[in-house]
Design a protein around this ligand. Structure first.
Ligand code: ATP
Ligand code: MG
Length: 211
């Protein structure tokens, strides 16, 4: 284990994401980080308005929040926070980490992210403050490369890179499959498949129109 436990302090993972929809890639990354660092819990934090995705329509925050609750319900070490969903305006990770720190003053935070997101980290607002707020856990992700210059720019004692089982799953592909009427079974938890079908998420409006 790369960061020793501090007596009296809890270790809490933070898995931020749009989760549109949540899939097994997210769940495996969170589970691996939980085990690697002996985290007391992992808090999944669906974004409110994601500033990085203003170029596409993102599903309503309540749908993304509920799918995340369904997907994590069976793991006693997983829970879901509404801090970003309930904050108005775009979601910035510094706000997420500050709000969670205020709620969990006895916790050290471990922010879990995939290699693709980590590669962009210096474009995040107040990026220089991120590493004071949490230890960063960068998980391998198929197709994502980390540039050495990004890794070198992060304080080494605040970053751990971990290899997680490679799952070539993305929310973008799940949405596209649903739009085309192809299966999302086994890419996302069963309850999430059922939620997507029940609420007709990601369907192509053209396919829904009566002929
Ligand atoms: P989208 O295609 O809409 O961007 P996504 O699959 O990338 O969706 P996000 O909600 O954007 O999912 O990702 C949340 C976090 O989970 C990010 O840090 C991302 O890097 C990480 N992540 C997503 N999928 C995987 C995966 N298959 N393996 C490892 N990490 C992942
Ligand atoms: Mg993404």
């Amino acid at each position: 284990m790369s960061t020793p436990a501090v007596p009296g302090r809890r270790r809490v993972g933070v898995m931020g994401g749009t989760f549109d929809p949540i899939h097994h890639g997210h769940l495996v990354a969170a589970s691996e980080a939980q085990s690697w660092f002996g985290l007391d819990e992992v808090v999944f934090v669906p974004t409110g308005e994601p500033w990085q995705k203003s170029d596409r329509e993102v599903s309503a925050a309540e749908h993304r929040y509920l799918m995340t609750v369904i997907a994590t319900a069976s793991n006693p070490r997983f829970r879901v926070s509404r801090v970003d969903v309930d904050r108005s305006g775009p979601t910035y990770t510094t706000d997420t980490l500050r709000d969670l720190s205020a709620q969990l003053p006895d916790a050290d935070l471990f922010f879990i992210t995939g290699a693709d997101a980590l590669a962009d980290i210096f474009s995040w607002r107040d990026a220089d403050q991120l590493f004071d707020l949490a230890h960063f856990v960068g998980c391998t992700r198929p197709g994502a490369q980390l540039t050495p210059s990004v890794v070198e720019a992060i304080p080494s004692e605040r970053l751990t890179l971990i290899e997680v089982p490679a799952l070539s799953i993305s929310s973008t592909d799940c949405r596209e499959r649903q739009r085309l009427g192809r299966p999302v079974w086994y890419l996302v938890p069963d309850g999430v498949v059922q939620y997507i079908h029940k609420h007709r998420l990601y369907e192509d409006p053209a396919r829904l129109e009566p002929t």
